[in-house]
Design a protein around this ligand. Structure first.
Ligand code: SF4
Length: 373
């Protein structure tokens, strides 16, 4: 019989990507393909216990039951908004909570996930920033937010079975979510390894098989981590820009002292993008701070060298208790958008406010519930 999977702490079968599971099994004297089998059981077939993995030898199943774990997280609270947006507060094993937001839109089901408890980046307009960074999420805690949302959709009677094709990936997968955005609590590239592993699990054709183009990871712009991150995951990138120049950006986002606008533009100019792929610049519009027409003109000028590589997502600020900023009037938002377009920016989108009644901007519910300490 193979060497048991005893480790100092039990092996968490949800915390490794497929390659990691293969390596863990080989290290225990088992063939690597056992790692593939377990990975498929966990992610493709939704096994909640090792006993269900019926094509593993009985001795290996017994061994895994003793020495490995398949943890699961549950929502601690959910809040649904009349527009269908649902905020999930997911309780972690240490009693802390993180947020995920489910956003239905026509056929599309998008989930916004968190990567850290709190955040160290200190953006001036963000509720999560007031918590500071409490800890990184483990890869399985990021992926589990997806499974929690899937279970909620299933309980609502939503059914979607995808037939996957391709060598090694063929088969059926139940997946109701269509898109994932990493825009919840935390800075994904600050938790680089956790986010990379989670993306690899979520996009693995033998797992939940999200196409990488259906996942967008949003960063404040940790410029030196962007290229290695994309090379390892192939997902889409969004960068929080929020200002037309360094002076305004530095006031809103302390990270700009280290990675300024030029550093970000230089990275974007050399990224190997797929055909028609663009990097999204997110721009939270704050009344009287960064929403002047002159700001839009300066921004358009600044983006001239990369205009076919980017699109801009304008996000009118979602005010929260104690915030120092206000949302601009719709006419101001429209004028800002028009100035960008006339300045040569090809793609500008204004995000519709969603889930305002349930505090859907990142960090707002967890902060109010006090579940992050
Ligand atoms: S906006 Fe994002 S990166 Fe900035 S403080 Fe909030 S959670 Fe962190």
């Amino acid at each position: 019989m193979s060497k048991p999977l005893e480790t100092a702490s039990p092996l968490n079968l949800k915390d490794l990507d497929r390659e990691g599971l293969r390596t863990a099994f080989v290290a225990r004297g088992l063939p690597a393909y056992r790692g593939d089998q377990v990975f498929r059981w966990v992610w493709r077939r939704g096994a909640v216990e090792v006993a269900a993995m019926t094509d593993l030898p009985a001795a290996l199943r017994e061994d895994l039951e003793r020495s490995a774990r398949l943890p699961r997280l549950e929502p601690h609270a959910t809040r649904a908004s009349p527009d269908g947006t649902t905020k999930l507060l997911v309780r972690l094993d240490d009693g802390r909570d993180v947020e995920a937001v489910l956003i239905p839109d026509g056929e599309r089901r998008t989930l916004c996930v968190s990567t850290q408890v709190g955040c160290a980046m200190g953006c001036a307009f963000c509720r999560t920033a007031t918590m500071g960074l409490l800890r990184d999420l483990r890869p399985w805690e990021i992926c589990e937010q997806v499974l929690v949302a899937e279970r909620i959709l299933r309980a609502r009677g939503e059914r979607r079975v995808l037939q996957l094709r391709g060598r090694g990936a063929a088969g059926k997968v139940e997946r109701r979510l269509t898109n994932l955005v990493f825009m919840g609590m935390g800075e994904p590239l600050h938790n680089l390894e956790g986010t990379v592993t989670a993306c690899r699990v979520l996009t693995d054709p033998q797992g939940l098989a999200f196409p990488p183009r259906r996942i967008t990871v949003s960063t404040v712009g940790l410029a030196d981590r962007i290229e290695p991150f994309l090379a390892r995951t192939g997902v889409n990138l969004a960068i929080s820009l929020n200002a037309p120049d360094d002076a305004v950006r530095e006031r809103l986002m302390p990270v700009n002292k280290k990675y300024d606008v030029d550093a970000l533009l230089a990275v974007i100019a050399r990224l190997p993008l797929r055909r028609r792929q663009r990097v999204t610049f997110e721009y939270v519009l704050l009344a009287g701070v960064n929403d002047h027409e002159a700001d839009a003109e300066r921004l358009a000028r600044r983006l001239r060298g990369v205009s076919e590589r980017v699109k801009i997502n304008l996000i009118p600020f979602n005010p929260h208790e104690g915030a120092d900023f206000e949302r601009p009037a719709p006419q101001r938002v429209e004028r800002f958008r028009a100035r960008l377009l006339s300045g040569g920016v090809e793609k500008v989108h204004v995000r519709r406010p969603r889930g305002e009644q349930i505090l859907a901007a990142c960090g707002q519910l967890a902060a109010r519930e006090g579940g992050v300490g």
